[in-house]
Write a protein that binds this ligand. Structure first.
Ligand SMILES: *Cc1c(COP(=O)(O)O)cnc(C)c1O
Length: 369
């Protein structure tokens, strides 16, 4: 599914030098590489501020806390996402309120948001799933009308660009009040461990997120609020400084692989290819196809027999997870539930070469689903 080692091998010397420099410096917590990375990422995505932290989950949690989301508040999000999106909402004491997705893009359906807004609704978390931006223009308009905070979960879509109807182009994570991303090794921009960041154009919020990630303190040992201990390791920041220089190549490599799949699988009976949004570019964090629910197991089994791994992101929507299910029955979010039965993600990473892609496509085409 991924080839992290292959990606590492191509930049091993650069990474080794950067990591060894940190190790030798003795500056392991908040060393200079951390600020360098925050500034570099801010420049890359076009956000005024980037505050790094220990994971994408912490980024979401800190963003919610900085936005003042707390017990009793409701936060609208999608049930078809990685668990952490809703987990972070619960973590700050608020209640996730789910809104079903668009079946073609897998992202939250803006047309269904307004009917879920109550007096308690404080925020919306659109998730840019699989590498493509949710439809942000209507989401931002609804949020503005109802005075809601928008926090983007851009963990899978760093580098994706969304075009507004006036022609403005903005990167994933920079359209809402706050945007969150993850540097988990398999993400578009991954480090050699856990890492995450919050992006915002609001200086006060950036300072607040930074305080929250440092035990609520600006000045050491003086605490203005409750926070957590969540920092990006200097070693990981050093790795990310190297990888950020190659980030455009990584996205191109993913798009190239996706291009192969899209060309060679076009018209392949039984396989529904991902639908490309007209408003967002796709970074292909995942290349996710749909097959008939009844055929999925045999499809995956056939690929597996031919040495091709597949994964189902995600087999169970968040609202039906055991920790939520008492509230939401099956059938509450039919699109999310249906795609959970139909989706299959094919191998997708920066190291796929033509022969591998050809082999995967030929195997699928000749499978005669
Ligand atoms: C990976 C991911 C997260 C969490 O990131 P971690 O760094 O693993 O904590 C949150 N939301 C989505 C959509 C993700 O894909």
């Amino acid at each position: 599914m991924v080839d992290l080692k292959g990606q590492h091998d191509r930049i091993r010397d650069e990474i080794d030098a950067a990591v060894l420099e940190v190790m030798a410096s003795g500056s392991y917590i908040q060393g200079p590489a951390v600020e360098e990375f925050e500034l570099g990422l801010a420049r890359y995505v076009g956000s005024r501020h980037v505050v790094s932290c220990a994971s994408g989950t912490d980024a979401l949690t800190a963003a919610l806390m900085a936005a003042g989301i707390t017990a009793g508040d409701e936060v609208i999000t999608t049930p078809f996402t990685f668990f952490a999106t809703a987990g972070a909402v619960v973590r700050v004491g608020a209640k996730p309120v789910f809104v079903d997705i668009c079946e073609d893009t897998f992202n939250i359906n803006p047309n269904l948001i307004e009917e879920k807004i109550t007096r308690r609704t404080k925020a919306v978390i659109p998730v840019h799933l699989f590498g493509q931006c949710a439809d942000m223009e209507p989401i931002l308009a609804i949020a503005a009308r109802h005075n809601l905070v928008v926090i983007e979960d851009a963990c899978q879509a760093l580098g994706a660009e969304y075009t507004f109807s006036d022609g403005t182009v903005r990167q994933a994570g920079t359209m809402g009040l706050l945007g969150c991303t993850s540097f988990f090794p398999t993400k578009n921009l991954g480090c050699c461990g856990d890492g995450g960041a919050v992006m915002t154009n609001d200086q006060n919020l950036a300072e607040k997120v930074r305080m929250i990630c440092h035990h609520g303190s600006k000045e050491k040992y003086f605490h203005e609020m409750f926070g957590m201990n969540s920092r990006l390791d200097t070693v990981q920041a050093a790795v990310l400084n190297v990888k950020l220089k190659h980030f455009d190549e990584y996205i191109s490599a993913r798009r190239r692989a996706a291009g192969h799949y899209l060309n060679e699988l076009a018209g392949c009976a039984g396989v529904q290819l991902p639908v490309l949004s007209e408003k967002s570019t796709h970074t292909f964090h995942q290349f996710t196809v749909k097959v008939d629910a009844g055929m999925r197991d045999s499809f995956r089994e056939l690929l597996k027999r031919n040495g091709i791994p597949t994964t189902v992101y995600y087999p169970l929507p968040v609202h039906l997870q055991r920790c939520f299910s008492p509230e939401h029955g099956t059938g509450s979010f039919p699109c999310s539930e249906r795609v959970c039965r139909e989706v299959v993600s094919l191998p997708m990473h920066t190291e796929l070469d033509d022969s591998q892609l050809q082999y995967i496509c030929q195997t699928i085409v000749s499978s005669q689903l």
